[in-house]
Design a protein around this ligand. Structure first.
Ligand SMILES: Nc1nc2c(ncn2[C@@H]2O[C@H](COP(=O)(O)OP(=O)(O)OP(=O)(O)O)[C@@H](O)[C@H]2O)c(=O)[nH]1
Length: 308
């Protein structure tokens, strides 16, 4: 029996990990393996994903649509050799990935036979203006989608969902559009029992590889001062496309916090206990190439540490 792949795509910070977590929490006995790709050196997403009954494989420091395509195929082969095999494989792409390239890579004859891409889900932040759909990468992510999940409707005004649906229609995206507040999508929609043979997909023309974003990692063995971090993020915000991290604070040492910055919004939430031996602060910053230097980042982030 082939193992269906669910490919989860969407722009930086759109809500992909939130959807994957919800899905895994509602697996209803299905054995689901998750493959997570963060293109920075630190794979924060793998730590934020809990409950994959068949394990989480993290691919970091590159993007599975280009530099890590071989690693992805090898990972899938390993997952398919497991006994028992997973019932489903979920691949969460990085927010900078062009899923058309991944779909093309997954057309490898062996993978296509044993693990066909059953569904491509694109998570779209409904709180962003519909003009965001004019972005070439965003358009590419939508174009291959079978299902578009509108996230963050709770943060948007009442008409946002409707406006986004119209903007999606205007792009001639043939996908089914569903609401996904806090990652909630009926799993029956994503994991349906299908006995039809998956037809090879047409991923469309190959786009020239685009080095548009870069990640900068910052770590420290000291906890961070929360008010100072707020100031630092305020300074960095205009230059950031996305940031996420795990760290202890001076105010609550020993307790790991999850920091998220997406679409100009920063949040902090309590996290799991840190694994032994990891730095007390690990943050990944994503910016358009050339916008933020490591020197500037280090300088600003150093202000979050309390001397002595
Ligand atoms: N209020 C609200 N917040 C959401 C919703 N979905 C996601 N978020 C928040 O948005 C932020 C980014 O969510 P993630 O799920 O990490 O986004 P992502 O697409 O996996 O991010 P990258 O992998 O870095 O591209 C987090 O702070 C989430 O808690 C939602 O429906 N409502």
């Amino acid at each position: 029996m082939p193992v269906p792949i669910l490919l989860v795509t969407g722009f930086l910070g759109a809500g992909k990990t939130t959807v994957v977590n919800h899905l895994l929490a509602n697996a209803d006995g299905r054995r689901i393996a998750a493959v997570v790709n963060d293109f920075g050196a630190i794979n924060i997403d793998a730590e934020l994903i809990a409950g994959a009954s068949d394990g989480v494989v993290s691919l970091s420091n590159g993007c599975i649509c280009c530099s890590l395509e071989g690693d992805l195929l090898r990972t899938l082969s390993t997952l398919l050799r497991r006994d028992p095999k997973p019932d489903y494989i979920v691949i969460e792409t990085s927010g900078v990935a062009d899923p058309a390239d991944i779909v093309r890579n997954l057309m490898d004859p062996v993978i296509l036979r044993e693990a066909p891409v059953e569904t491509v889900l694109c998570v779209l932040d409904a709180a962003t203006p519909p003009a965001a759909l004019d972005d070439a990468l965003q358009r590419s992510q939508l174009r291959v989608a079978d299902i578009v999940a509108l996230s963050k409707l709770d943060l948007a005004d009442e008409g946002a969902g409707l406006r986004m649906r119209e903007a999606i229609r205007a792009q001639r995206v043939p996908a089914v559009v569903v609401d996904a507040k806090h990652g909630e999508i009926p799993s029956a929609l994503l994991f349906f029992a299908s006995d039809r043979a998956s037809a090879p997909r047409d991923p469309g023309p190959k786009r020239p590889a685009e080095e548009r974003f870069e990640t900068l990692s910052w770590t420290s063995d000291q906890p961070l001062s929360l008010p100072r971090l707020q100031q630092a993020i305020g300074r960095l915000a205009p230059k950031l496309a996305r940031a996420k991290g795990l760290f202890e604070t001076v105010e609550q040492p020993g307790r790991q916090m999850v920091f998220q910055f997406a679409a100009g919004r920063a949040t902090l939430a309590p996290g799991e206990s840190p694994a032994p031996g990891v730095p007390r602060a690990r943050i990944v910053f994503i910016a358009e190439v050339g916008v933020l230097s490591k020197v500037e980042l280090d300088e600003v982030m150093a202000t979050c540490l309390v001397p002595g």
